[in-house]
Design a protein around this ligand. Sequence first.
Ligand code: NI
Length: 180
Amino acid sequence: MSDSEPQAGDAPARARPIVAYGDPVLEIECAPVDSFGEELRALVEEMFLAMWAVRGVGLAANQIGVDARVFVLDCPGADGRRVVGHVVNPVLEPPVVRELEVDVEGCLSLPGAHAEVPRLSRIAVTGSDWRGEPVRIEATGLAARCLQHEVDHLNGRLYIDRLPHRIRRELLRSSTQGSP
Ligand code: NI
């Protein structure tokens, strides 16, 4: 979405592995970022690379083991257009229209599992980029779902935490990572 996004060619040769469900780093409320600049840019690059390496559409920093409120996404909106970006210290705006959409959702930290989750069909998130400049991303469809999913991650919450207990248990059993 902006020229500040890293290009695939800039990426280091090896992508960092994605942290799997069960690791406590996925259950922490990630720390706000207060230092901007090159180090943060490098983290954002690493996150894009790790996400693209496994064909993901979104990734939160704690999914590569980093305790920082940052996420990246590369995900189609309801109109099919790609929403590509990163947000540091993201805050979801209260929805103008509270319309929920139920759709299938999965997570890179829980490979093999999917479940239907209700999410707001349109949402905007504000925060900053790696330089500390303000950013705002408004999205619909899968990209809106992704924004909510990634902010959940940064609050130590997985999509399975939004499921009824029984469905959650069955899902964890079916996941390749599954351990309830
Ligand atoms: Ni996830």
